[in-house]
Ligand binder design. Structure first.
Ligand code: 5GP
Length: 188
C-alpha cells in the first residue's frame, strides 16, 4: 500500500522526540511531517525544520482557508496543525509520513487516514517520572511543567484508542520495539 502514515503521540515528556528521531534515522523512506505552530521558536529551533512558525493571525487565516488536515489549540493561545500541503509534499516523494503530534491530534489523524495509518501511543512510566524528565529537560518553567503534567495525566486515558502502545520505561528496549513495529508496517 502506498501513501502511508505513522503517527506518534504521547503525553509530553514521555520520550517521544527521542524515539521519533531514532526511527527517522533508521528508515530512509520515512519523512517527518513539519507542523505549523503559532508558538515562538525555542532554543535552536529553525523555521521549516522543527516547525513552520506563523504569527497567530496568519495561523487563523490558514484555518479559515481550510489549509489544515487537522489543527489543535494544544496549549491556551498556542495552535499546532498539519498543513495539507505538507502531506502532499511528502507523499509526492513516495515517502511514508511520520507525525509527532499531541494525543487528540493523533486520534483525529487515525480517523482521517484509516488503514493508511499506524498509530503508536508512547506511554511514560508514571506521572512522577514524567515530571522529573521535564525538569531534567530544562526547557520549561515550573508553571509550564505543572501544566504539562496535568495535561499528561488526562492524555494517558487515550492510550487504548491507538493501534499500538509502546511503553518507554527502558529506552533501549523501547527503541528496539519501535524498529520492529515500524519495519513491519512499512513492509505491509
Ligand atoms: P512542543 O511545543 O513541545 O513542540 O509541542 C507541544 C505538543 O504539540 C506536542 O505534543 C506535539 O506533539 C504537539 N504537536 C506538534 N505538531 C502538532 C500538530 O500538527 N497538531 C497537533 N494536534 N499537535 C501537534
Amino acid at each position: 500500500m502506498s501513501n502511508k502514515v505513522i503517527i506518534f503521540s504521547a503525553p509530553s515528556g514521555a520520550g517521544k522526540s527521542t524515539i521519533v528521531n531514532h526511527i527517522l534515522g533508521r528508515y530512509p523512506e520515512l519523512e517527518f511531517s513539519i507542523s505549523a505552530t503559532s508558538r515562538s521558536p525555542r532554543g535552536t529551533e529553525v523555521n521549516g525544520k522543527e516547525y513552520y512558525f506563523f504569527p497567530v493571525e496568519e495561523f487563523r487565516k490558514k484555518i479559515e482557508e481550510d489549509s489544515f488536515v487537522e489543527y489543535e489549540e494544544v496549549y491556551p493561545g498556542s495552535f499546532y496543525g498539519t498543513l495539507k500541503s505538507e502531506v502532499r509534499r511528502i507523499w509526492d516523494k513516495g515517502h511514508v509520513i511520520v507525525f509527532d503530534i499531541d494525543v487528540k491530534g493523533g486520534v483525529n489523524l487515525k480517523r482521517i487516514f484509516g488503514d493508511k495509518a499506524f498509530s503508536i501511543f508512547i506511554q511514560a512510566p508514571s506521572i512522577e517520572e514524567l515530571r522529573s524528565r521535564l525538569i531534567h529537560r530544562g526547557t520549561d518553567s515550573p508553571e509550564a511543567i505543572e501544566k504539562r503534567v496535568a495535561k499528561a495525566a488526562e492524555e494517558m486515558t487515550y492510550a487504548d484508542r491507538f493501534d499500538h502502545i509502546l511503553i518507554n520505561d527502558d529506552l533501549e528496549s523501547a527503541l528496539k520495539e519501535a524498529d520492529i513495529i515500524v519495519g513491519e508496517f512499512i513492509a505491509r
